[in-house]
Design a protein around this ligand. Structure first.
Ligand SMILES: NC(=O)c1ccc[n+]([C@@H]2O[C@H](COP(=O)([O-])OP(=O)(O)OC[C@H]3O[C@@H](n4cnc5c(N)ncnc54)[C@H](O)[C@@H]3O)[C@@H](O)[C@H]2O)c1
Length: 322
């Protein structure tokens, strides 16, 4: 049972790798430790896998490195490596997105075809929908209409996957809807809210707070990803959404309650690329036997507790070093 997980040191990839190891898989993780956020955080994400005999780590940039050795045993591929985030994809930042999302994915698909790998499961995004005309958005029915260059790179990955699927590699793209929970990336709104709740800088709310997201807990994302990787047959794209759509104001109010005190919030303007709403129709994913299990409240509590624990440990480490 061999699986290659790209982006294994990231938020979702590290949770997925831990779960695959617990399920008995041999996991080869690949990560370039890009500088979108600190390498130390990504090393920390991998801490639980240190010394694990069935886990190995290869540090490599998928857009540059030779891939044939990595794929010699024709592993199942779960491709999560990417440059995430909507806002940084405008302007000169786009070059990074082309490199880490488009070029890396095309090279991996090509190498998977050459090696004879059976299936490539890869991370797409709710960003491919943009501002949809109707909700919930449904694969194959709701047109793709990305509002950001990041969304365009994810839509392009879907198009590339369709081409290689036509050449014999089974592919399925997972349209993740705003994933949150412990280890969430530091640029994401819930993480910044949890940091603000535990003594960090005030949270900057962009826009009126009525923008809503179909938030999905990372444990449910991991479950869905493994089901998509192991099901006998899978559709070309699948929505993975937590099913509990909420506005930012609702999220802030729930976190205020969990925190026992109001979180400091500053106001800012809506940023380019931000969509008003996301909402997934998950009928296809549910057909594979999946259902989200983590309520928004329980999921927020899990992230807040993780951030508080992390900050307390850092405070202790700092005090000990003085
Ligand atoms: N987190 C979300 O809400 C969300 C939503 C939709 C889609 N996604 C997608 O899910 C995937 C994982 O997201 P995440 O939030 O865990 O991000 P993350 O940044 O925490 O993880 C991505 C990892 O990929 C690595 N990486 C980037 N470029 C690479 C390259 N060229 N070669 C090798 N490794 C490289 C990075 O070092 C990082 O560790 C991404 O493809 C992202 O676009 C995430």
């Amino acid at each position: 049972m061999d699986v290659l997980v790209t982006g294994c040191a990231g938020f979702i990839g590290s949770h997925l790798s831990e779960r695959l190891i617990a399920d008995g898989w041999h996991v080869r993780g690949v990560d370039a430790f890009t500088d979108y956020y600190p390498e130390a955080d990504k090393r920390e994400n991998l801490r639980a896998l240190e010394g694990e005999a069935r886990f190995s780590l290869t540090v490599a940039d998928l857009a540059e490195a030779r891939l044939d050795d990595l794929l010699a045993d024709r592993p199942l591929i779960i491709h999560l490596a990417a440059q995430p985030g909507v806002r940084g994809s405008f302007g000169d930042g786009f070059g990074r997105y082309l490199h880490d999302n488009v070029r890396a994915t095309q090279r991996l698909l090509e190498a998977a075809r050459d090696a004879g790998c059976r299936r490539v499961v890869y991370a797409s995004s709710s960003s491919v929908y943009g501002d949809a005309e109707t909700y919930p958005t449904l694969e194959g029915v709701t047109p793709r209409s990305p509002r950001s260059p990041y969304g365009v790179t994810k839509a392009t990955c879907e198009d590339l996957a369709a081409i290689y699927a036509g050449m014999g590699v089974e592919t399925t793209g997972l349209r993740y809807f705003t994933v949150y929970g412990p280890r969430q990336r530091p640029d994401m709104a819930m993480r910044r809210l949890c940091e603000a709740a535990t003594g960090g800088p005030a949270f900057r709310l962009l826009g009126d707070g009525l923008q809503s997201r179909d938030f999905t807990h990372v444990s449910d994302v991991v479950e869905a990803t493994i089901l998509a990787a192991t099901a006998p047959a899978v559709p070309p794209v699948l929505n993975i959404g937590g099913g509990e759509e909420a506005t930012m104001l609702e999220v802030i109010s729930t976190l205020d309650e969990l925190n026992g005190a109001p979180i400091p919030v500053l106001r800012g303007d809506v940023q380019p690329g931000d969509v008003r709403r996301t909402g997934a129709d998950t009928t296809l994913m549910r057909g594979l036997g999946w259902a989200p299990r983590t309520s928004l409240r329980a999921g927020l509590a899990s992230e807040l507790a993780w951030v508080a624990r992390r900050n307390a440990n850092r405070g202790l480490a700092l005090a000990a070093s003085r």
